[in-house]
Design a protein around this ligand. Structure first.
Ligand code: PEP
Length: 255
């Protein structure tokens, strides 16, 4: 049985006061949640303030990216050590907005992922196909390339600590959600990839989140699927009520 994990990706949204208010609201609203892991991932500049606001709560804090080198001459970058220092437990890596807007490769994501693991933090690795790739029948190939490329060189012990987020790019921020069947089909294939590369024990343990327009109204059906172990939430994570609606949907599902 895998414990559900619901994480909010706040992306480049909110100002300091809004980020802290959202964190404080969540701290209260989620205080009684004992059936799922919860995290929020603010912009770098508000992680510190949000981590302070969430101190003593059951809501963890993550970053949306990092650099793979240790502290040093890397202008504009943020190291994993810095993230750890300000209270991060998680780091989202390989988000489609980084792959497709910033141009990050699976090779770069792999370096970052290894740095995150080496620091004892938990990577949330995003993979997912674009609409034209799905329509061309390339969904499995795209996800396999991102999977093997981003996870190259990991041991089975490393892999047990990784969270995967399957995020079909065409469903992110579009309101176009994958059907539970479409999502489950890919999640099952991703779990097969984990088994092929790292063995059955690891495949049974790794949590695979779904991401892409998950909302309180569609979360229960998605989370009820056998291989969907949680969600990575964008838009609906920006309000206490909608994020809590998704967290509560995880209670009623057998994951
Ligand atoms: C995301 O940012 O990873 C995401 C899934 O966004 P949304 O929920 O808004 O589609």
């Amino acid at each position: 049985m895998r414990r559900p994990f619901i994480a909010g990706n706040w992306k480049m949204n909110l100002n300091r006061a809004e980020a802290v208010a959202l964190a404080e609201g969540l701290k209260q609203a989620a205080a009684a949640v004992d059936y799922a892991d919860i995290a929020v991932c603010p912009s770098f500049v508000y992680i510190d303030a949000v981590a302070q606001a969430l101190k003593g709560s059951n809501v963890g804090v993550g970053a949306q990216d990092c650099y793979f080198e240790g502290n040093g001459a890397f202008t504009g970058e943020v190291s994993v050590e810095m993230l750890k220092d300000i209270g991060c437990t998680y780091v989202i890596l390989g988000h489609s907005e980084r792959r497709h807007i910033i141009g990050e490769s699976s090779e770069l994501t792999n370096k970052k992922l290894k740095a995150v693991l080496a620091a004892g933090l938990i990577p949330i690795l995003c993979i997912g196909e674009m609409l034209e790739q799905r329509e061309a029948g390339a969904t499995d190939d795209v996800n396999a390339e991102q999977f093997f490329g981003s996870l190259a060189g990991l041991t089975s012990d490393d892999m047990k600590k990784v969270v995967i987020a399957y995020e079909p790019v065409w469903a992110i921020g579009t309101g176009k959600v994958a059907t539970p069947e479409q999502a489950q089909e890919v999640h099952a294939k991703v779990r097969q990839l984990i088994e092929f590369r790292f063995g059955k024990d690891v495949a049974d343990a790794v949590r695979i989140q779904y991401g892409g327009s998950m909302k309180p109204g569609n979360a229960a059906e998605l989370l009820a699927q056998a291989d969907i172990d949680g969600g990575l939430i964008g838009g609906a994570a920006l309000k206490v009520d909608s994020f809590m609606g998704i967290i509560e949907a995880a209670k009623t599902t057998e994951l």
